[in-house]
Design a protein. Structure first.
Length: 320
């Protein structure tokens, strides 16, 4: 049930201003450490005349019932379109007033930031799994949300962490989501799957160069990927190794080894695998013969790991 509340409501266990039972569409879209929006289309009947910008809507999502604040209402002759941001966007209204630093674990820094710049009663609570202390640099005039997820010297970038928002509860985790062994076998004719594969950044042969211009010796001064023969042609890239050079501590042989190791590191990080995006319609996929009893598909949530088995590449591609 989708329920409408006053904009200053703090208790959401009652029916508020009423249910938006006549809405014809309600779509929630979420990105990890990014936007979480709700768009509702409602006809010009029922209790539509109660809907105003600034109010709060409680709506079911794959992450349970979540609170969203209306930021825009569009009305035409037949309907209104209600655009909302998740309640954690309220943090964008809190402005940082100091250039000081904050230190501690990722959850301690986050809690201190929310407490220091609360406007009125702070409804947000913070938990997390961080154990390593670090610090952030605050910027006068920045908002708290940006300091958490986007600022260069903010929480996400300094701690390499991820945020999981559950209404007013914020979890600061080393990684959001789980790996429950969900495996989808991609075939061109499989209903519910759309594939985008981009070879523009693919490299199966790396030509490394040190910062002082040294390359590998011999007639083949490059390093090949173990899966170079999986592709119809060789995809070659120059690899500029700015931290590798010949000096008092590095002999020429050391430089050669470092250049080779840097190439191996890049292959281990996946430079020899194309950039890929899979759009999965779990509702449609569940109707196919292959996945009709695959109930685990219903439990894939934000941050979870999914393995897509691509038969043409003969490779399992891991994505979140």
């Amino acid at each position: 049930m989708i329920t409408l509340y006053n904009g200053n409501e703090t208790v959401f266990t009652h029916n508020g201003l009423g249910a938006l039972k006549d809405c014809t569409s309600a779509i929630s879209s979420r990105e990890l450490n990014g936007q979480w929006t709700l768009t509702i289309v409602h006809p010009l009947d029922g209790n539509y005349n109660l809907i105003q910008a600034g109010q709060i809507i409680k709506a079911p999502t794959p992450s349970g019932n979540q609170l969203f604040r209306i930021y825009k209402v569009d009305e035409d002759l037949n309907k209104i379109t209600i655009r909302c941001n998740h309640i954690f966007y309220d943090l964008s209204q809190r402005i940082v007033k100091s250039n000081l630093g904050l230190g501690g674990t990722q959850q301690v820094v986050t809690a201190d930031l929310l407490t220091d710049y609360a406007t009125g009663t702070n409804l947000f609570t913070v938990s997390g799994d961080g154990v390593v202390a670090n610090s952030i640099q605050m910027v006068i005039g920045n908002n708290v949300l940006n300091t958490l997820v986007a600022q260069e010297e903010g929480v996400v970038n300094r701690f390499n962490c991820e945020f999981d928002f559950d209404n007013y509860n914020i979890r600061v985790l080393n990684q959001v989501g789980e790996d429950n062994g969900v495996l989808i076998s991609f075939r061109k004719n499989l209903v519910g799957l759309n594939e985008i594969i981009d070879y523009s950044t693919l490299a199966t042969r790396l030509f490394p160069i040190s910062s002082d211009g040294i390359i590998l010796p011999g007639a083949s001064p490059y390093v090949d990927s173990p899966i170079i023969n999986s592709y119809p042609i060789v995809y070659t890239q120059t690899l500029n190794c700015d931290t590798i050079k010949l000096d008092d501590t590095n002999t020429i042989d050391d430089v050669y080894v470092d250049l080779q190791n840097e190439c191996i590191k890049q292959f281990n990080n996946g430079i020899d695998v194309p950039y890929f995006v899979y759009k999965v319609d779990f509702v449609q996929l569940s109707k196919t013969e292959e996945y009709k009893n695959y109930t685990v598909l219903e439990d894939v949530n934000i941050g979870d790991t999914v393995i897509v088995r691509h038969e043409k590449l003969n490779k399992n591609l891991t994505s979140r």
